[in-house]
Design a protein. Structure first.
Ligand SMILES: Cc1cc2nc3c(=O)[nH]c(=O)nc-3n(C[C@H](O)[C@H](O)[C@H](O)COP(=O)(O)O)c2cc1C
Ligand code: SF4
Ligand code: SF4
Ligand code: SF4
Ligand code: FES
Lengths: 876, 447
């Protein structure tokens, strides 16, 4: 869909001629003439203005009444006054009105010093008040949720938070209760406001009415510094601003970048920063002695690692994930390839794609951007759920549907959070996204035979596939397919990639505004691979002489003793790889496991032999690649932690430095003395990054597929559709066997596990099933059930969902306990074990409790007693 | 004898039933309309110059002509929320002659090309809603509503939606939100409902009485209709007279009838021995006018009342005689608006609340004449600065009362202070707010 065009007009404001984009709201247009019109309720991120606060009244010649500048579009020749007595009177009036019921407790309010109400009162208010009546009172502060405290007396009823809940995140929980001067913000029945994006309301609130509980009473604006970087907790890579006090991160706020995040964050990104300063942080090198991990100095650890790697040579392997930067991945693959002659490198839990396919999928012409999700005529959401996989995309899709009439078409096994916004929803059997693509390809090429076969292999019908295609293509040619890397998991990954490329080809997705957008599994999955960290290719998809083993192969070879040394960079295979049982054996059989990790996880504690303390993202410098090809920059916000009482240099070191030092010990000198030098090497080695500089990337990032270098690197690519075969049909559910699918909940991450404030959100195993099956098995919501096959069992609480198709169950993977990643697709048996498991701490309760009196207070996280000077506790 | 459009037959037995209504020629205008071009009907409405009877007095024909032409989902909504204090005309009209409303709505819907229409009725009007439901069922049965109205190609569905008890839902955009199932808060205008109304479709919203005029306009022809009343205020008006009069009730008069004839003639004037202190010409939202001859001589029409500094509004005349303290009237009025303010915009939410608190302080003997200045200024700060006109609807009458009756307010303040033992007026704070009374510790300036 064409983006709105900008037409510049001239209008007059306070006697000056100013050029501004036509139809910009006056408050925005005024900025072009350096005129500030005060606002409270206006926030363009929230959509249409509502005109509630009346702070922005201005005088427009030819209109008798004062008009709200936030809702009046500027037109050519308009004559606007903001400095007349009438306007001043109205502004003073609104400020006076807003303050009559306000507690004026700035000295103890966390917003003090960065509060729009304060600023506007100083700038535009009357300076005094004539109000001597009793003020309105509320019990305060109350716990709006485990994350947010609400002080209703400070609220100026600007509606921002309510609009966010109703129109942006569409969780429809926050409302205004009562009316008139009695109005107050609440959830309908007083239950805690728990949803994936709630923290945004704290940032939206123009007063201190909504305060995040992790920041309450922690700092004042003059104590803090801001540091811009990028969140690495999921592939959305939102741009964030870290609030730093005394070298500690106290808060994460959005650093609005419309091209990436639209200025929103999810609650994981906003609150899991607590993982930076917990006792689980590994702050010094460790080595296993007599079965226990004990602190050692860097030289010892590096020498031991170098020795293990050197001895292993081609019998080594490395896996990277999570917050690994491009530079770290690049240097580590250099070390492996150039020094160990070893290509066993992988960042894909599902296995690496053959080079032509990996390269084909990265073709710049096929890359959709994040804004394309909003402006496309139609988006196909293919077997993924952004709310879990890349939450910020969920908001972007909602925006597209709500504000731009985008057609959202969902084809997925598990019901998605966006089903209600979709034009069509097709439910296929778990693990059959490839079959669905083959059916789409057949429908697009009029291959009736394949269409029927593939559609039924996907557990769907030819008609359903055709209906879906109709809705996908009817609105126009700007089509985006949003899919997850999981599509390529398993042995048929290459075939799935072929099918996807075929469909992209037939839909002609090479144009502007159309394309593919892959959600990688790791936060920087795309960047790590493009830096050459892959079994099948080197930096920039360069061919390699000896392709190595991918993840599954590495696990098997380790288990069978063919490989000896494993380097884990920010990754936990037991948690993130399928086939946990094989990995368990692999890790136990490995001679040396080197873990480069920031948090002491179960896996590190049990299996690592050498531990390099890893950086948290706030400490890192380097670059990442966003799923849409945007190269983004991580900037160091705080120093590296050091263990208590040790000399500087003994603690965490930069990832690039550790890998360089290791290489040096193995006789390879990268010549890298600073993070930026690693970036330079990377940019020189990857053809489509050629010429990039850190300055150019700056705070907003640069999309490489849009650069000239990308065109040169890829040349004119053209692909002919290939013949596809129909994949094996999905397992058929029977009387006692149910199809099984898996999903990775948003909250399953090591950072959430250790963040005290997020304990309420830590996922536990659930078994999602349809009420029909539940009745058949005599299972009630919340009952403890077990699903399993061939001795592999998972236990969890039954969760009845109407949208889950009959004959199918879904279980979570990636949880911290071992119950994850056990199933490949197929069928399982279900057994009821007992009555309702423990009651969820966030079940609706009536009436919001006062802070500290909550029955569902986040359980205190068990932390070791910290010695002075180390990480503080982040509990309230 | 002036023309009567509604009240000549309103008490005819059985008028609410389809058969009686049909007998006196009911639905013949719908028949006529269906044979006309929709635009021709709008022309008739324009020619009649009939103005809205719900409060704002906007010409109905003009509003209808703002709706975009063409094929799209358009809606007609009848505003039957009638919650303005002193207004009770729609109630009687709907209860006694529901089919006239249905016929008017069917014609108007056809004229604007709407195939769905709603009556948003005040929740307390349970009986009237039942009457309408029954009448709609009858009309549908007889083919005046539903698929292919009267055998034509035109189809219309009509529903009654019962409100849940908020005055603000009479405001047209709040009404639309309520109808959509949301909290009834006014929307920002523009876009106006005629362009983007119910479910974002073009929507015509009119008052019950306005829509009931439509069949009469078709019957008489727009130009003939325009001969009734005055040139700027055509037609008749049902006036609701209440308060201190001997015969309160609904009276239909030609617009332009002298006010005295309504208040003293039809409604019998104030009780024996009392004098009219002031009166609201158009419901409690209208500024009050004194009961002096000058004002009694005003022709009762939109322009004259506006020129005199008030407004015709819903034409609900409320009489206040000299037995009623003006502070009581002000407090009652202000309390109503504070209670009904939706709270969306600052001046109305805070201003109505503040005004009530000041008036209560006057009543409690804790005020000084200075508070009157503050009150007038607060009203001033509300006026024209709100999102909808509910804020103005409190500010206008209250400031008019202060303007016309300042002396009485001041006397009231002094009397109340004396009653309270507070002595002569000096500015004081609210006792509760001051904390413990420590005046004895100082050489007290007689509190
Ligand atoms: C607070 C408020 C309450 C209103 N209540 C009513 C009402 O109860 N009935 C009504 O017809 N109009 C009411 N109105 C006027 C409507 O907004 C609207 O102007 C009217 O329904 C238009 O119909 P008309 O043009 O036929 O008068 C109210 C307006 C306001 C601001
Ligand atoms: S809590 Fe904050 S954001 Fe919400 S309405 Fe009140 S002032 Fe606005
Ligand atoms: S969506 Fe992802 S990147 Fe954005 S804040 Fe949340 S975790 Fe961080
Ligand atoms: S003027 Fe009053 S009723 Fe109208 S929008 Fe504002 S607060 Fe609501
Ligand atoms: S900013 Fe314009 S009304 Fe609030």
């Amino acid at each position: 869909m064409p983006r709105p065009e900008i037409n510049w007009i001239t209008f007059s404001i306070d006697g000056r001629e100013v050029k501004a984009p036509e139809n910009a709201m006056l408050v925005d247009a005024a900025k072009y003439g350096d005129v500030e019109i005060p606002v409270f309720c206006y926030e363009p991120k929230l959509g249409q203005p509502v005109g509630a606060c009346r702070m922005c009244l201005v005088e427009i010649e030819g209109i008798p009444k004062l008009q709200t500048g936030c809702s009046t579009p500027v037109k050519d020749g308009m004559v606007v006054h903001t400095q007349t007595e009438r306007v001043h009177d109205a502004q003073r009036a609104v400020v006076e009105f807003l303050l009559i019921n306000h507690p004026l407790d700035c000295p103890v309010c966390d917003k003090g010093g960065e509060c729009p109400l304060q600023d506007i009162t100083y700038g535009w208010g009357p300076g005094t008040s004539r109000y001597i009546e009793p003020k309105r009172h509320f019990v305060k502060p109350l716990e709006l949720s485990p994350l947010i405290a609400i002080d209703r007396e400070r609220c100026i009823l600007c509606y921002r938070c309510v609009r966010f809940s109703q129109e942006i995140s569409e969780d429809y929980q926050l409302i205004l209760n009562e009316r008139g001067a009695h109005s107050f913000v609440a959830t309908f029945d007083g239950h805690p406001y728990v949803a994936p994006f709630t923290g945004n309301i704290v940032e939206l609130c123009p007063v201190g009415a909504l305060i995040s509980r992790s920041y309450r009473f922690r700092a004042r604006p003059w104590d803090i510094e801001g540091a811009g970087t990028v969140c690495t907790l999921c592939p959305s890579q939102c741009n964030v601003d870290l609030t730093v006090r005394d070298d500690r991160v106290l808060r994460v706020s959005a650093r609005d970048n419309d091209e990436v995040d639209d200025g929103w964050l999810c609650d994981k990104g906003r609150f899991a920063f607590q993982h930076i300063h917990v006792d689980e942080r590994i702050t010094e090198p460790l080595m296993r002695q007599d079965g226990k991990l004990v602190p050692v100095d860097w030289d010892t650890a590096l020498t031991a690692a170098a020795q293990a790697l050197g001895e292993a040579g081609p019998r080594a392997a490395a896996i990277a994930d999570g917050e690994t930067t491009n530079e770290e991945a690049f240097l580590l693959q250099r070390l492996f390839r150039e020094r160990l002659d070893c290509g066993n490198l992988s960042a894909r839990p599902g296995g690496d794609l053959p080079l032509p396919l990996a390269r084909g999928l990265a073709d710049p012409a096929l890359q959709a951007t994040v804004p394309d999700l909003e402006f496309a005529h139609a988006v196909l959401l293919l077997d993924c759920d952004p709310i879990d996989d890349a939450p910020i995309f969920d908001l972007r899709l909602r925006k597209g549907v709500r504000r731009r009439d985008m057609n959202l078409v969902v084809a997925s096994a598990r019901p998605t959070a966006l089903d209600a916004n979709a034009t069509t929803v097709l439910r296929h059997a778990p693990g059959t996204a490839e079959a669905l693509l083959v059916a789409l390809d057949a429908a697009l090429s009029d291959d009736r035979g394949n269409l029927g076969g593939a559609a039924s292999a996907a557990g769907s019908s030819a008609q359903a596939v055709q209906d879906l295609l109709e809705d996908l293509t009817s609105a126009g040619g700007d089509i985006v397919i949003l899919y997850s890397e999981r599509l390529f998991g398993g042995p048929r990954g290459p075939q799935a990639a072929e099918a996807l490329l075929n469909v992209a080809n037939r839909l002609n997705l090479t144009g502007e505004g159309a394309g593919l957008l892959e959600i990688p599994i790791g936060a920087n999955g795309r960047g790590v691979r493009e830096a050459g960290f892959a079994a099948t290719h080197g930096p920039g998809f360069a061919p390699v002489a000896n392709p190595g083993l991918a993840t599954h192969g590495i696990a098997e070879a380790l288990a069978e003793g063919q490989l000896s040394t494993l380097y884990l960079l920010h990754t936990d295979p037991l948690r993130h790889m399928s086939d946990g049982e094989l990995w368990e054996r692999a890790l136990s059989s490995a001679q040396t496991v080197i873990a480069h990790e920031s948090l002491m996880t179960e896996t590190v504690a049990t299996h690592a032999d050498i531990v390099f303390p890893g950086e948290a993202y706030a400490e890192k410098e380097g670059t990442l690649v966003h799923p849409d090809g945007r190269v983004q920059r991580l900037r160091r916000a705080i120093g590296h932690p050091t263990p208590f009482n040790r000399h500087p240099g003994s603690g965490v070191r930069a990832g690039w430095q550790v890998i360089s030092d290791l290489a040096k010990l193995l006789g390879l000198d990268f010549g890298v003395f600073a993070g930026s030098m690693a970036s330079q090497q990377l940019f020189a080695a990857v053809p489509f990054f050629n010429g990039l500089t850190l300055d150019e990337i700056g705070g907003r990032g640069v999309r490489w597929p849009a650069r000239e270098a990308a065109r040169l690197a890829f040349g004119e690519t053209s692909r002919e559709p290939v013949a596809l075969d129909v994949p094996p049909a999905a397992a058929v559910p029977s009387e006692d066997a149910l199809r099984v699918g898996t999903f990775r909940p948003l909250w399953s991450s090591k950072e959430v596990d250790v963040s005290p404030i997020l304990q309420y959100a830590r996922p536990t195993q659930v078994v999602e099933l349809s009420p029909v099956d539940a009745e058949r098995f005599g299972v009630a919501d919340g009952d403890k059930v077990e699903v399993g096959v061939n001795g592999t069992q998972v236990q969890g609480a039954a969760k009845l969902r109407h949208a889950v198709p009959e004959g199918t169950v879904f279980v979570a993977e990636g949880l911290s306990d071992a119950s994850s990643s056990l199933f490949n697709y197929g069928t399982v048996q279900l057994r009821r074990l007992g009555g309702s498991a423990e009651e969820s701490p966030i079940n609706p309760i009536i009436g919001m409790p006062a802070i500290g009196e909550s029955p569902f207070n986040p359980p205190r996280h068990e932390l070791r007693e910290s010695p002075p000077g180390t990480a503080p506790r982040m509990n309230e | 004898m002036s023309t009567l459009l509604f009240y000549d037959e309103i008490d005819k037995p059985g008028l609410a039933s389809l058969s009686t209504y049909h007998d006196i020629g009911g639905y013949s205008m719908l028949r006529k309309a269906l044979d006309m071009e929709p635009q021709a009907i709008i022309e008739q409405l324009l020619a009649s110059n009939v103005r809205g009877r719900g409060g704002a007095g906007f010409a109905m024909g003009r509003k209808a002509s703002f709706l975009p032409k063409g094929d799209m989902d358009k809606y007609l909504v009848c505003n039957a929320d009638e919650s303005e204090p002193g207004t009770f005309k729609d109630r009687e009209l709907m209860q006694k002659n529901p089919h006239l409303l249905i016929e008017g709505m069917a014609i108007a819907s056809y004229a604007i090309g709407a195939s769905r229409a709603y009556i948003f009725i005040r929740g307390e009007y349970m009986h009237q809603a039942d009457v309408l439901d029954a009448a709609i069922a009858e009309a549908r049965e007889a083919g005046f509503l539903g698929d292919r109205v009267m055998g034509s190609d035109y189809s219309l569905e009509l529903w009654v939606h019962r409100g849940a008890g908020a005055y603000i839902c009479g405001e047209e955009t709040a009404l639309l939100d309520a109808l959509e199932g949301k909290r009834g808060n006014p929307r920002l205008k523009p876009p106006f409902p005629a362009i983007e109304g119910l479910y974002q479709g073009p929507t015509l919203i009119n008052n019950v009485e306005t829509l009931m005029n439509v069949p009469h306009i078709l019957r008489m022809g727009g130009e003939k209709f325009a001969e009734i009343g005055t040139s700027g205020s055509t037609g008749t008006k049902v006036v609701c007279v209440s308060g201190c009069v001997r015969r309160p009730g609904n009276y239909e008069v030609e617009l332009g009838t002298p006010t005295r004839d309504i208040i003293y003639g039809l409604a019998g004037g104030p009780p024996e021995g009392r004098k009219i202190k002031c009166w609201f010409p158009g419901g409690s939202s209208a500024p009050v006018l004194p009961g002096t001859d000058e004002y009694m001589d005003l022709p009762f029409d939109f322009e004259s009342i506006a020129e005199a500094g008030s407004m015709l509004g819903s034409a609900a005349i409320i009489i206040v005689d000299d037995s009623v303290p003006i502070v009581d009237v002000a407090l009652k009025t202000a309390k109503f608006y504070r209670h009904e303010s939706c709270g969306k915009c600052t001046p109305c939410r805070e201003g109505t609340n503040w005004t009530v608190k000041m008036l209560e302080r006057i009543e409690n003997g804790q005020a000084t004449p200075m508070d009157l200045d503050i009150m007038a200024s607060v009203c001033d700060q509300i006026l024209g600065n709100c999102l909808c006109v509910l804020g103005d609807a409190m500010a206008m009458p209250i400031s008019s009362m202060i303007k016309h009756f300042r002396e009485e307010f001041e006397e009231h303040i002094e009397m109340a202070r004396e009653r309270n033992g507070l002595g002569a007026a000096i500015p004081v704070m609210n006792r509760d707010e001051r904390g413990p009374d420590r005046s004895a510790e100082y050489s007290a300036v007689g509190h």
